[in-house]
Design a protein around this ligand. Structure first.
Ligand SMILES: [Zn+2]
Length: 387
């Protein structure tokens, strides 16, 4: 792990990607055109593998005077969206529309304000509509500018062929449980027992592992969710379980969103001069606050959906474990804490049935991704799981 320093410290298991990025950054320092650097990159990888972390680390390194130290002002402001030359596009909606891309292109057509690179990180390039993608393509093809495009998507197939053919591709992989546990221990100072638990149940998703390891409330919620399959004994219990699941996801998303909203609103009010001279906000302040509140509402809806999705993935690991026991591979359980319960379910159900349940969970996740009503979707799922 010696190579993972500075802005790259979190990218465990992605040493092959980090090496490419370090070379690309170094090549830009000579001022000559080289093979190592490109104006457009696509980062792909499974959720949680760190594709956007890798892209943001690269952006930081490009604008940092020390190739991505991780501690200087440039590095820090680039990561939290406060650097004038680094733009991080996070989509709260389900798609990125052409208007948003046009607006973005206008912004980035300005020359880099600090004289170096201007970097755009697009976290959900798979959500570009076709017309939006075509608008973006023109900008990527434009020669001679100092803008670097870093697009993130689950797989290459999620990016329009015309765009991906112009990008260098970096594939991230799911890091091993051991690698994630190591980072939690050495970087975050988490105890070995907790680090191993969080890494194991988070399946290589380092962000979730860290969140779980650091928050007792989140662990308690997960405990409740993991025991839901055990409560399923018929239709009425299925409806009750669905309600519990949706409530928990909503509650967790709301708490997380409120913390973020409050800080954003305060920051914005401060930017408009609130409290500075004992007077109210400058002109436009209350309008800006209203717009922010609207954005926050959209985001909260997406956070609830994401929370629900994460909960369903957790429940899927329960049935995955049941299937492992039914297949005679009981030593590879994700949910070791529930071994007795998992063994009991495995003994009284059939493998075909377990597979059906896992498929139903994946189908429910897909439907939620397509904007299906959360409670209805989860109710229908729980009825299948209760069979
Ligand atoms: Zn730096």
């Amino acid at each position: 792990m010696a190579t993972l320093q500075g802005v790259y410290a979190d990218l465990v298991g992605q040493e092959h990607v980090v090496e490419t990025l370090i070379k690309a950054v170094q090549s830009t320092r000579t001022g000559e055109e080289t093979q190592e650097m490109s104006h457009a990159w696509v980062f792909t990888g499974p959720p949680g593998s760190g594709r956007s972390s890798a892209a943001i680390a690269f952006a930081q390194a490009l604008v940092c005077a020390h190739d991505g130290c991780g501690t200087c002002n440039e590095c820090r402001s680039a990561a939290n969206g406060a650097h004038p030359d680094v733009e991080i596009i996070r989509t709260e909606g389900l798609s990125i529309k052409i208007d948003e891309v046009r607006e973005l292109l206008t912004r980035v057509s300005w020359a880099p304000s600090m004289g170096g690179w201007r970097v755009v990180v697009m976290e959900d390039a798979d959500r570009l509509t076709e017309s939006a993608a075509n608008a973006l393509l023109k900008a990527i093809e434009e020669p001679g500018n100092r803008t670097v495009w870093l697009l993130c998507a689950p797989t290459l197939h999620d990016v329009l062929p015309t765009i991906r053919s112009r990008c260098r591709h970096l594939q991230l992989v799911t890091p091993s449980t051991e690698a994630v546990a190591q980072v939690l221990q050495h970087k975050d100072g988490i105890s070995p027992v907790m680090a191993n638990f969080a890494a194991r149940v988070s399946q290589g998703h380092i962000g979730r592992a860290r969140y779980l390891a650091k928050n007792e409330d989140v662990r308690n919620t997960r405990n409740t969710i993991m025991k839901l399959p055990l409560t399923l004994q018929g239709i009425s219990s299925a409806f009750a379980a669905a309600q519990t699941l949706v409530d928990l996801a909503t509650e967790q998303a709301t708490t997380a969103a409120e913390l973020r909203n409050e800080k954003e609103t305060d920051d914005l009010a401060l930017a408009y001069g609130k409290g500075a001279t004992g007077r109210g906000m400058a002109t436009g302040g209350s309008k800006a606050i209203k717009e922010l509140e609207k954005e926050q509402k959209t985001r909260q809806t997406r956070m609830i959906r994401d929370g629900l999705d994460a909960a369903l993935l957790d429940i899927a690991t329960f049935y995955r474990d049941v299937m492992m026991v039914q297949a005679g591979a009981s030593d590879a359980l994700i949910n070791k804490e529930l071994e007795a319960e998992i063994n009991a379910v495995a003994a009284k159900t059939k493998p075909q049935n377990t597979i059906k349940k896992i498929n139903a969970i994946m189908e429910a996740r897909t439907n939620l991704g397509h904007n299906a009503a959360p409670l209805l979707t989860v109710e229908a799922l729980m009825c299948v799981l209760a069979r």
